[in-house]
Design a protein around this ligand. Structure first.
Ligand code: ATP
Ligand code: MN
Length: 480
């Protein structure tokens, strides 16, 4: 077997010395023809490999360049240098893959995040992105652990859907028709999707919720965790065209149960990262501190990354109604001094990200759960409250991010649901399969969607969502 190596993290974490080991990885730096800093992605810490003079021939020495992949064999010994307890005294070094130092895009210096985004296919090999994607992995694992431990069933809802009724966002079309105008047409000139691959018009999903509700009406508790797509032309630091969403759906839960589940869930996964990714989070914390130093004093965040994460897991989220939030915003000095781009004049308006951020960052200084929004600004399936004006919705807003969760208790009463669909011009025939949940054994139930990348943003302290998904898709960009 070729791969008899020890992972660099395992080697560095152990106190064991004076044994032979093989390591493999990519060269970060090579100093004085003697010291190789090698990284294999298991940790940001490199192993120092010492090549004693005369061990290697000149040709091999020249091929040890930044970015090259090597296999090194030798003895693990205590290190005399600063920064590491042990190092590898090499007896042999084999080049597995050369890397032309002149052309290798990553130099041993600090690159901007913007530059690294242009070479996203190489950025995994930097400390920042190493840390981000190890944390992302942990968070994804913790999502499954949380729901599995509670007996939820992981449900794979479809990626290609025929329903475009939900209105969560603009959709991407899925078709095998040619785009040159020769697609089959109906008499009125519109495209005849009956002849298309699926025999109807189809799209990429914007949410697995509707299918999730069907499964919840059998398993009681399900969750989805998969990619969703929105063709929204929003060039923001919080929107992607392809992002991952976690959507639990729970029979017999009301709005309050739903909020409790969401809060427990968020705290659990953040705690999991604190417990399992200490080193990477501390690295990202320092990175953030450096970045904050560039900002004017008044705009710097009051807490460091670790402090912020610990604060979130140890404190209750603030819960209030939309109506109460509007009152706070309307009366705020910010509003009175016309500092909002969209001034809050009265009840009924949708909150903009500036308002959400004011509430969490300036007013409450902690995550906030807003409930009972006006029905006009929310989806048709949300349960109507007795006041006739609001629905049992809940959004969770996080400092620095804004909306991270959107959810609700669902309207389980068939007559109310149909009435709302009619008002919103949603064709009941198209969603007949969905309405079967209300025809046969309907029950109170609730669920929410958490945008995975928004959570990764929050935990890593990064500021642009394009930096927390490996290969971001956004308007005018689908490279790699
Ligand atoms: P926003 O107002 O921020 O666009 P939304 O109201 O469209 O969000 P929902 O439809 O409720 O969001 O989707 C559920 C969750 O999915 C959101 O709370 C957010 O965390 C995440 N989300 C929504 N749109 C995007 C996107 N384009 N990119 C990344 N995450 C998203
Ligand atoms: Mn949106």
């Amino acid at each position: 077997m070729f791969n008899k190596r020890i992972k660099i993290k395992t080697l560095l974490d152990s106190d064991k010395i004076n044994y032979d080991a093989t390591v493999m990885g990519w060269v970060r730096t090579f100093r004085n023809n003697q010291f190789i800093a090698l990284n294999d992605g298991s940790t940001n810490n490199n192993i120092q490999i010492v090549v004693a003079l005369g061990t290697l021939d000149d040709v091999t020495l020249k091929r040890i360049t930044t970015g090259a992949c090597i296999k090194a064999l030798g003895e693990v010994v205590p290190s005399l240098g600063k920064g590491q307890k042990v190092e590898l005294k090499a007896t042999s070094v084999e080049i597995l893959g050369d890397s032309d130092a002149e052309k290798f895009p990553l130099q041993p210096k600090k690159h901007s995040l913007e530059f690294l985004r242009e070479i996203a296919h190489m950025r995994f090999r930097t400390n920042t992105f190493g840390a981000i994607f190890r944390v992302r992995h942990s968070l994804a694992y913790a999502v499954h652990k949380f729901y599995n431990d509670r007996g939820f069933v992981y449900m794979h809802t479809p990626i290609i859907t025929a329903s475009d009724a939900e209105g969560a966002g603009e959709m991407f079309k899925v078709t095998t028709f040619p785009l040159d105008g020769t697609a089959p047409k109906q008499e009125d000139g519109s495209i005849n999707f009956k002849e298309d691959f699926f025999g109807r018009s189809t799209n990429l999903t914007v949410s697995g919720q509707l299918e999730g509700e069907l499964a919840a009406m059998a398993f009681s508790e399900i969750y989805t965790f998969g990619p969703t797509f929105r063709a929204e032309n929003s060039n923001t630091t919080r929107h992607l065209a392809e992002f991952w969403m976690i959507e639990p759906e729970v029979a017999f839960n009301d709005l309050e149960d739903n909020m409790d589940l969401a809060e427990d869930f968020i705290k659990f996964i953040i705690r999991y990262a604190i417990d399992n990714n200490k080193e990477d989070l501390e690295f990202l914390g320092l990175r953030l501190e450096e970045e904050e130093k560039q900002k004017p004093l008044g705009e710097r965040s009051e807490m460091g990354l670790m402090e912020k994460l610990n604060f979130v897991v140890n404190n209750d989220f603030e819960r209030l109604t939309y109506t109460e939030a509007i009152d706070i915003l309307k009366e705020s000095n910010h509003n009175k001094k016309k500092k909002f781009q969209y001034l809050i004049e009265g009840w009924g308006v949708d909150l903009q990200s500036e308002h959400e951020r004011y509430l969490v960052e300036k007013h409450f200084k902690k995550p906030v759960i807003l409930t009972n929004y006006p029905k006009e600004i929310k989806a048709f399936y949300m349960r109507q409250n007795d006041d006739g004006k609001t629905v049992a919705a809940m959004d969770i807003l996080a400092p620095g991010i804004g909306e991270i969760v959107g959810g609700s208790q669902r309207e389980e009463r068939m007559d109310k649901l149909l009435e709302r669909m009619k008002e919103m011009n949603i064709p009941a025939e198209e969603l007949d399969w969905y309405l079967d949940t209300r025809r046969f054994g309907a029950c109170p139930h609730a669920g929410f969607g958490l945008g995975f990348e928004r959570l990764v943003l929050f935990v890593t302290g990064m500021t642009n969502i394009r930096d927390v998904i490996p290969f971001p898709r956004y308007p005018k960009s689908a490279s790699f």
